[in-house]
Design a protein around this ligand. Structure first.
Ligand code: CS2
Ligand code: MG
Length: 402
């Protein structure tokens, strides 16, 4: 079998941009990969079309590891979100082709099932603690056993860390500013929110929370310590993690489990965090960390260090990345949970898939390959939307971590 063609399909169901890579072969089998990268998707498209896809023509699609190494080591400028998202898309498409050619689901090629289902966590957000907890109850009634609790901070106008489309303040066309962030106000209200969530939701529900990079390491240590009585499943992105040593400081102050890594794209971004057991969950996704191959490399390093995968899965990652998470999740021992935020209906129509989510668990399905497709007529109904993630600023106007 040989690769004969490759192209990128851009679509924006629900206003969120998905890039889908399709790789075609001389035996009529094609594979799909997710190349979405919120806010930088056109850079990924250019990198694929101008630099990577031409180099794939004529290659044997069965040589997944060799192709991955060619695109990783063979390119002088290694790592980075754009490069690794390109590699991710190619990798997912090649695994899809291999499964289709062998008429078996990718999870079977990865070693078969090692669990009955992949636990997913839902989002419960709101403009107040009461509204957030109402949504948490609703998420649990819909079947989730794990819920991320995230509320607007009293005294701060905007919700943090969730794409917002308030009329006139939307991110379409130019960056918008999320003003007035105050970690003091956030720290004053968050322990109470999560204590109330535990009181209302009981001990059997896994509670997660995302600080979304907003805290300093010592503030993160304080918050983790304040939450120990809540017994969180995890506290996510407590502080920006470029300086991995920051987590040594946090670890000294708290036993609250820590999750980090949705913005990481190789194992090297988290090597100290993993090998020194400074975190408990690594959040890298197949879509941004080099695909299924990249994710399995991270999982292999993480396993002996008691770190488990908790893949990023917000709705700006396409249903194809959800499929990859399901295949890796069902067949990888140290996989704990996947973010299973509900996609827009139109996203499922554009990208039909064999994976299902019910009663809190994701199932990859038994379709050959990744069990995904793209309806290009549907995709054409949702043209690209030039949109940005917001800029966060402190009360004094200082530019802060989004
Ligand atoms: C968040 C994401 O889901 C999460 O954990 O951090 O919503 C994140 O803000 C977006 O995926 C960024 O594109
Ligand atoms: Mg997050």
């Amino acid at each position: 079998m040989r690769i004969t063609g490759a192209r990128v399909i851009v679509t924006a169901p629900g206003g969120l941009n998905f890039l889908t890579l399709r790789i075609d072969t001389d035996e009529g089998i094609y594979g799909l990969g997710d190349a979405s990268l919120f806010g930088r998707e056109m850079a990924v498209k250019a990198c694929l079309e101008d630099h990577i896809l031409p180099s794939l023509i004529g290659l044997d699609p069965a040589r997944i590891e060799d192709t991955w190494q060619m695109l990783y080591r063979g390119v002088y400028w290694r790592r980075g979100p754009i490069n690794m998202t390109c590699i991710a898309a190619v990798d997912m498409a090649l695994w899809d082709i291999k499964g289709k050619a062998l008429n078996t689901p990718v999870w079977n090629l990865l070693g078969g099932r090692c669990r009955e289902g992949v636990m997913g966590y839902g989002h419960a957000s709101g403009r107040s603690a009461a509204e957030t907890l109402e949504n948490a109850h609703a998420a649990i009634e819909s079947g989730y056993r794990a819920v991320r609790i995230q509320s607007r901070v009293p005294g701060i106008e905007d919700m943090y860390g969730v794409p917002r489309s308030a009329p006139g303040r939307d991110s379409i066309g130019s960056p918008w500013t999320e003003p007035g962030w105050s970690s003091a106000k956030y720290l004053a209200s968050t322990p109470g929110l999560l204590e109330e969530a535990r009181r209302q939701l009981g001990d059997d529900i896994h509670l997660l929370h995302d600080s979304h990079h907003r805290l300093t390491p010592i503030e993160a240590g304080w918050l983790g310590k304040a939450l120990e009585g809540v017994r969180m499943f995890w506290l996510e992105d407590a502080t920006p993690a470029e300086n991995q040593a920051s987590f040594r400081l946090i670890r000294q102050h708290t036993t609250t489990p820590l999750a980090v890594g949705e913005v990481f794209n190789t194992v090297y971004d988290a090597l100290a965090l993993i090998t020194e057991q400074l975190i408990d969950y690594i959040r890298t996704s197949a879509g941004h960390a080099g695909g299924i191959t990249g994710l399995r490399k991270i999982a292999a390093v993480a396993e002996p260090h008691n770190v488990r995968l908790g893949c990023h899965g917000a709705i700006d990652l396409s249903p194809i990345t959800v499929a990859a998470a399901a295949h890796v999740g069902i067949s990888t021992h140290n996989f704990a949970v996947v973010e299973a935020q509900q996609h827009f209906t139109e996203s499922h129509e554009v990208i039909p898939h064999a994976w299902t989510f019910a009663d809190g668990y994701l199932q990859p399905g038994d379709a050959p390959g990744l069990g995904v497709d793209i309806d290009e007529a549907e995709a054409a109904r949702y043209p690209y939307v030039h949109r940005y993630a917001p800029y966060a600023r402190l009360e004094d106007g200082t530019l802060w971590n989004y």
